[in-house]
Design a binder for this molecule. Structure first.
Ligand SMILES: Cc1ncc(COP(=O)(O)O)c(C=O)c1O
Length: 359
């Protein structure tokens, strides 16, 4: 037998692996998972019933075109069906966007630090990442991002609110930035946390997309809608881009269960909005408490908060874990902590208070 292994693409060498948020310990005292920006509420009863009924047919392939979900989204957002594309979570759609636009020699621009999947999906395609540092206030530096555009740039991610800092880009600065982006460069407004925004100056990407053919909006059912485990997200984009997304989709990628859960969740919006409202109140409580303890916390419009802890990051994450709440450390930089159940948030606040006193 030959000793050589199958030839793999050189681009795959050195790709950082995606680190999922650590699960809560099964054998700890109390264990809360505040490491993946999930929705702490269990599925809504109506959605659960829909999912259970849909499970009875999982011997069949799903509707590949996601027809009913697409119709529902088209009505909801007032966009033509031809401007919609679904995928296996919005990260799946983001990967399709890169596949559709960028390959070896091309450049993909995004802020850094931002969503961890951007460098991975860019490298897989063979394109080059151009990471533009956040400002000292942890906000997108849109002027620097516009300055970074070259004739090789194919796609720019604007993560709004930004993961992991929770900071936002407001209307006037975004419009000014978009005016500087050439019309043949795709700008992806990643709005995974859109429903948690309360700042009226943050634009709705769907309104921006309407007049800008090079803008694509990414949304997900994973966060506010609480369907992270079912993997369904979508893009709203003008026709050539949306059509390219349909070409690059994994056939039958979105399960029938996910499609029906997404429809049921859109229809249960009143209850979901109530849950999101409670999480936003908790967010205010957590941020106010952290500031009262003496921390500098960037203003967050998402369902998580960012504590810049530098060298103390790992020790802080370990202290949280020992206290019963798992958070997400970025060693040397800071921790991202999801706003979860109030008991979980209390654990985090207790650790942050004790830690603050020791600094
Ligand atoms: C900014 C951002 N975009 C996209 C995603 C992907 O979410 P999903 O693939 O579950 O839709 C996440 C998940 O954490 C995220 O933080």
């Amino acid at each position: 037998m030959s000793e050589t292994s199958p030839k793999l693409r050189a681009e795959l060498e050195g790709i950082p692996t995606y680190k999922p948020g650590k699960p809560a310990a099964a054998d700890g005292p109390v264990a809360y998972k505040l490491s993946s920006n999930e929705n702490p509420y269990p599925p809504l009863p109506g959605v659960m019933e829909t999912v259970t009924a849909a499970a009875a047919s999982f011997n069949r392939y799903p509707d590949m075109a996601c027809t009913s979900l697409m119709n529902e989204l088209s009505d909801r957002f007032g966009v033509p069906l031809a401007h919609l594309a679904t995928g296996t979570g919005s990260v799946g759609v983001a990967q399709q966007l890169i596949q559709a636009t960028s390959g070896p020699g091309d450049e993909v621009i995004y802020a850094w630090r931002s969503f961890e999947a951007y460098p991975i999906i860019t490298q897989i395609s063979g394109a080059t990442s151009v990471k533009v540092p956040l400002t000292p206030g942890d906000v997108h530096d849109l002027d620097a991002m516009a300055d970074a555009i070259t004739d090789r740039t194919r796609l720019i991610f604007v993560c709004n609110p930004n993961n992991p800092t929770g900071t936002v880009v407001r209307r006037a600065e975004l419009e000014r930035f978009l005016d500087r982006v050439p019309s043949d460069v795709l700008v992806v407004l990643d709005e995974a946390y859109r429903e948690f925004i309360r700042d009226p100056e943050v634009p709705d990407g769907v309104e921006i997309y309407r007049t800008r053919p090079n803008v694509c909006v990414l949304r997900t059912f994973s966060k506010a809608y609480g369907l992270a485990g079912l993997r369904v997200g979508f893009a709203i984009a003008h026709e050539p881009v949306a059509a390219a997304l349909r070409k690059t989709a994994v056939p039958f990628g979105v399960s029938q269960i996910a499609q029906e859960a997404a429809i049921a969740s859109l229809r249960a919006e009143d209850e979901l909005i109530g849950r999101v409202g409670s999480l936003v109140c908790e967010r205010t409580r957590v941020v106010d408490a952290l500031r009262a303890q003496g921390w500098t916390v960037p203003e967050t419009q998402a369902n998580f908060v960012w504590l810049r802890l530098g060298e103390s990051t790992v020790a802080f994450a370990e202290a949280c874990e020992q206290a019963g709440a798992v958070v997400r450390p970025f060693p040397g930089e800071g921790v991202r902590v999801t706003v979860g159940e109030s008991e979980a948030n209390d654990i985090f606040l207790k650790v942050s208070e004790a830690f603050r006193k020791e600094l």
